[in-house]
Every structure is written in structure tokens, then in C-alpha cells.
Design a protein around this ligand. Structure first.
Ligand SMILES: *Cc1c(COP(=O)(O)O)cnc(C)c1O
Length: 388
């Protein structure tokens, strides 16, 4: 199977479980079983208890491991469960470097939970390699990246950060949620653990909360397996099934959404009522060259800033087609307002330093027709012009 394209693998990678059973079912069965009968007194079956392993979950875990080019995959109850379980490989006294514009939940875990276990952190601008290198301390064990980041789509040079990490005996983790394995394969670039909020593009239908982790190194995989079983934040069999189904259409969905995102980014970029557009697919985007060199696509998430004479509230009131909500990576286009959603807890000055002004919106493009989305955004922008 290894020579086939990712699009082919998306469909067939999960079939192994049932093929072994020889029923021919094209879908992986949902094994709703917490425990498993053991063949004999002294010979145990491959599964014993579903926290440690479940056949449906295993099909998903093998699927994501194959798609990311790893050896072990792990399915968790949420993206945060995957991320926090991976951080639990640290010990008291360790230190981590984390992208300054990391996902809000990761920020909360690092600042409010890891600190309780005497695990220290430094937030750095991962786009500035000198800043990364000089923030490393003797006890730094992990460099944690997110690229493109949220919501301004900042780009990290993955290979360069991996190089810095290896010289300093650090592991590298990368949150690959925005790109998915379709566009970015961090393990191939030397990253040690790839993490996903599978709630987003991988499942794709705004239905489940799920997380995935993938490792290539066998020993590291064993350590994460122990953590998954000890922490116990596993994904259930039914959600594992739904996620397998979502992954089958990932290639088609994300490619169509990305094509529309390019169109919409270009439209907004030329619009007189828009101050700035953030999209890795625009040649003017900071880090565009690096992004192109380490991925095969720009993805379906973009952000834009309204001109000062527009009223953000009015704009939202007139947008008809997009769902106004948190989250991303779904079949429906989702419009988010970082200032009061993902970054509500951050003081205005801190937000604005990161480019998150009161005029900034994030748009995750779904599967609607791009022209309909453009028409809708345009009419809402016109209506939002402040009355003089
Ligand atoms: C949503 C998200 C997470 C957290 O995932 P959950 O499934 O909500 O726990 C982590 N990282 C990124 C980039 C996300 O968008």
C-alpha cells in the first residue's frame, strides 16, 4: 500500500481490521466491548480491555500512523487529551519552549497545569530562529510548534527548529491540526510527535471531539502508549468509527475547501474595505516561501482584518452563509471572532501585539460554492460601513 497516493490511503488504510476477519465489510465494525474473552489460561488474545486497546480504535490508530508516515498512532478523547498526554512524558524540573501564538487550550495547559508539576516554559516567536536558539536552557526537553499558527497563520521553519532541537537534545512536538496529513508530514521533517485536534479537518463534520498523536521512534511510541493507557483519555469506539469515516473524505474535502480559500483570500486581499489578509497561500504572506517548501497546500483557514470604518458587530449580523462559532475544519464555513472567542482571556494589549485586533476575523472555508461565499461576504462588508 505504501506507494499509493494519500487520497487512496485515506479510503483504504482503515480496512485491515475487517479484512483479517474475512467478512468483506467495507467499513470497520464498531466493537462495543469493554472486555475480551481470553482464549486459554496461559494464552491471551491481542485485546484484553478497551482502555488498553480496542479493534475499532486500533484501525483508526493504524490509519493515522500510516498517513503521517509514523509507526504508532494514538487516539484520544480530544485534541487537548492528545496534547496533554504527550506533555506528560516530561518530568519535574524540565523546561519546554512553546510557540507564542499557540492554541489557547495548550497555552492554558502549559501555564496552569504543567507549572503545578514544576515543569517550566518559555513562549517564543518560532518564526525567529535566533530567539528559539537563545531561549534553550540546560533543562529544555521539548520544543513545541504549531504551524501555521492561529489566528494569524504565522509560519515556523520546521526543519530549522528540528535542527536546533537535535543539537540541544530536545524532542520536537508539532500541532498539525491546520494542515492535516494531506498537506504537511512533520515526521518526515524530523519532528518526534505529531499532534492533531481531529475535531477539525480530519473528522470534518462538526460532530465529534477527538485527538490523535503519531510517533515514528519505537521507544517514544512505547512511552506514549504507556501514557495513553495510564491517563486513560482514550477515544471511544463509536467516535473512532466516525473519525475513520471522516478521514476517508479528507482529501476531497480539504482540496475543494483550499481551492475556495485561495479565491476568497484573493477577493478579500483586493477589497477596499479590508485592511489585511492572513493566508499562507498569498505570496505576500510572511513565511509564504517557507510554507511552500515544507507543505503541499495552503489549507482552508484564513484571517482578515476589517478597515477601521467598519463595525465588526454589524458585519457578523449580516453574514448569512457562515456559521458564527468557534472551531474550524468543517463542511460548513465557520466565521470566528478571536477577540471574544479564542483569545477572550487575553488583555487587549497582549492581543494586539499578536495582531489580534478588534477588527480581526478568522474564516475556515467549508464546502459551499466559493462564489456564494464571496457574494455573501461582500454584501455583509458593504452593510458594515459605519454611517457617517
Ligand atoms: C481545536 C484545536 C486544539 C484542541 O483540540 P480539541 O479537540 O478541541 O481538544 C488544538 N490545537 C489546535 C490548532 C486546534 O485548532
Amino acid at each position: 500500500m505504501s506507494n499509493e497516493h494519500l487520497e487512496t490511503k485515506f479510503i483504504h488504510a482503515s480496512r485491515s481490521v475487517d479484512i483479517e476477519q474475512k467478512t468483506g465489510a467495507v467499513n470497520v465494525p464498531i466493537y462495543l466491548s469493554s472486555t475480551f474473552h481470553q482464549e486459554s489460561f496461559d494464552h491471551f488474545s491481542p485485546f484484553d480491555y478497551s482502555r488498553s486497546g480496542n479493534p475499532t480504535r486500533q484501525a483508526l490508530e493504524e490509519t493515522i500512523a500510516g498517513l503521517e508516515g509514523g509507526t504508532r498512532g494514538f487516539a484520544f478523547a480530544s485534541g487537548m487529551a492528545a496534547i496533554s498526554s504527550a506533555f506528560m512524558l516530561l518530568s519535574a524540573g524540565d523546561h519546554v519552549l512553546v510557540s507564542r501564538d499557540v492554541y489557547g487550550g495548550t497555552y492554558r495547559f502549559v501555564t496552569e497545569v504543567l507549572t503545578k508539576f514544576k515543569i517550566d516554559h518559555t513562549f517564543v516567536n518560532m518564526s525567529e530562529l535566533n530567539e528559539v536558539a537563545s531561549a534553550i536552557k540546560p533543562n529544555t526537553k521539548i520544543i513545541y510548534m504549531e504551524t501555521p499558527s492561529n489566528p494569524c497563520l504565522n509560519i515556523t521553519d520546521i526543519k530549522a527548529v528540528v535542527r536546533i532541537a537535535k543539537t540541544n537534545n530536545c524532542l520536537t512536538y508539532l500541532d498539525n491540526t491546520f494542515m492535516s496529513p494531506l498537506y504537511q508530514n512533520p515526521l518526515d521533517l524530523g519532528v518526534d510527535i505529531v499532534l492533531h485536534s481531529a475535531t477539525k479537518f480530519l473528522s470534518g463534520h462538526s460532530d465529534i471531539i477527538a485527538g490523535l498523536a503519531v510517533t515514528k521512534d519505537e521507544e517514544l511510541g512505547e512511552k506514549l502508549a504507556l501514557m495513553q493507557n495510564s491517563f486513560g483519555a482514550i477515544l471511544g469506539a463509536q467516535d473512532s468509527y466516525l473519525l475513520i469515516q471522516g478521514i476517508k473524505t479528507l482529501g476531497t474535502r480539504l482540496k475543494q475547501s483550499t481551492e475556495a480559500a485561495h479565491k476568497i483570500a484573493a477577493f478579500l486581499n483586493d477589497h477596499s474595505l479590508i485592511k489585511k489578509v492572513y493566508y499562507p497561500g498569498l505570496p505576500s504572506h510572511t513565511g509564504h516561501g517557507i510554507h511552500v517548501g515544507q507543505t503541499t497546500g495552503a489549507g482552508a483557514v484564513l484571517s482578515f482584518e476589517l478597515n477601521d470604518d467598519l463595525v465588526a458587530k454589524t458585519f457578523v449580523e449580516y453574514v448569512r452563509l457562515s456559521v458564527f462559532a468557534v472551531s474550524l475544519g468543517a463542511v460548513e464555513t465557520i466565521l470566528s471572532y478571536p477577540a471574544t472567542m479564542s483569545h477572550a482571556a487575553m488583555p487587549r494589549e497582549e492581543r494586539e501585539k499578536r495582531g489580534i485586533s478588534d477588527g480581526l476575523f478568522r474564516l475556515s472555508i467549508g464546502l459551499e460554492h466559493a462564489d456564494d461565499l464571496i457574494t455573501d461576504l461582500d454584501q455583509a462588508l458593504q452593510k458594515a460601513v459605519r454611517q457617517k
